[in-house]
Design a protein around this ligand. Structure first.
Ligand code: ADP
Ligand code: MG
Length: 323
């Protein structure tokens, strides 16, 4: 980008890299490539995520909130594979080199890199419309990665945390109602999703399939069912985990709807063989069961429940997300 590119990298990102580096980083930012030493015998899990202004976040979103959203969504993919975080690379397209923005963004990034033990090892910085991409690299024992394709009829369908909060947070931002304490909590869920790294690792060798909920429960569970050979599911809508904040602020009916189809919660949805129910990790709950018939049936207190929406698809022409 501009003349300031190298100063910018040195001033804001070199120190994040230095602070988060470990023995696996032979050579960090500054050369044409980073040189990295993967742990012996481990497989590498790699994924990249982008945030585009106007598509994934509202113009004017504070830089620290962008950092936590980018970080949470990127590391969530490692969590969903059961991988341990290793290395992070960052591609930034910035409209200007704004010192306050860079300070806030890099400070939050450093905090999260240290918290989740992931090393910033390189990136690319250009001038252009605000777009942030994070590539993550993690490690997993050969054969133990959690794939989408392993669900079997009869498996229990489970989710972590509470669902729909992120969608509720977005609603508050659109209505500019963040001052309500419940709404503030929901906005935090939207801006700072918690990647379930520890849970993912606990599920290795236990869960038969796993995905992180980015497009909405029904859409993402659909990916598991399709990848597992065209299976179906029965979901007990009354078992969906809902936060007090979401129910209080938007009511049970709307909360359930967002739990089913609101995206970007970055909780894990996984399937568990029925005989492993006693091993269900704390903080997760059973919401249904995998079936042979290739359709998803929803029940509310034993009665069929009709859902108006199935999640968010970026390339669908008539996107009708949730509601
Ligand atoms: P090249 O032209 O060879 O791609 P660059 O000039 O883009 O190299 O980057 C110089 C060095 O700075 C590289 O090692 C790159 O990984 C690193 N880098 C660039 N942007 C960032 C960033 N935002 N965070 C961390 N490292 C970065
Ligand atoms: Mg470059």
């Amino acid at each position: 980008m501009s003349l300031g590119e190298f100063e910018l990298i040195r001033a804001y990102f070199a120190r994040v890299a230095e602070a988060s580096s470990d023995a696996s980083v032979i050579l960090g930012p500054g050369d044409d490539c980073a040189l990295l030493q993967p742990p012996a015998g481990q497989q590498l899990a790699v994924s990249i995520d982008s945030l585009v202004e106007g598509t994934h976040f509202l113009p004017g979103t504070p830089a620290d909130k962008l950092a936590s959203r980018l970080f949470g969504s990127a590391l969530s993919d490692l969590a969903a594979m059961g991988a341990a975080p290793g290395w992070l690379t960052l591609a930034l397209s910035l409209p200007a080199s704004d010192a306050d923005w860079l300070e806030a963004f890099s400070r939050k990034l450093a905090e999260l890199c240290l918290q989740y033990r992931i090393a910033l090892v390189g990136g690319d910085t250009t001038r252009g419309p605000l777009t942030l991409s994070a590539q993550v690299h993690g490690f997993v024992e050969p054969g133990l990665a959690l794939c989408r394709s392993g669900a079997k009829p009869g498996d229990l369908i489970c989710v972590s945390g509470t669902l729909g909060d992120s969608r509720g947070g977005l609603e508050g931002l659109l209505q500019q109602a963040e001052t309500d304490p419940h709404q503030a909590w929901l906005c935090q869920r939207f801006y700072a999703p918690q990647p379930r790294i520890h849970l993912g690792q606990q599920l290795c060798g236990l869960a038969s399939s796993c995905i992180d909920i980015s497009d909405g429960l029904l859409a993402d569970l659909g990916h598991i069912l399709t990848a597992s050979g065209g299976l179906g599911a029965q979901i007990q809508v009354d078992q969906l985990p809902l936060s007090v904040a979401l129910q209080t602020r938007y009511g049970e009916v709307q909360a359930r709807q967002w739990a089913l189809s609101g995206g970007e919660d970055f909780e894990l949805c996984f399937t568990l063989p029925a005989d492993k129910r006693a091993s269900l990790p704390e903080g997760s709950c059973v919401i249904g069961q995998v079936t042979t018939e290739p359709q998803v049936e929803l029940f509310l207190c034993g009665q069929p429940y009709v859902s108006p929406s199935r999640g968010y698809d970026h390339f669908q022409s008539d996107n009708q997300e949730s509601q």
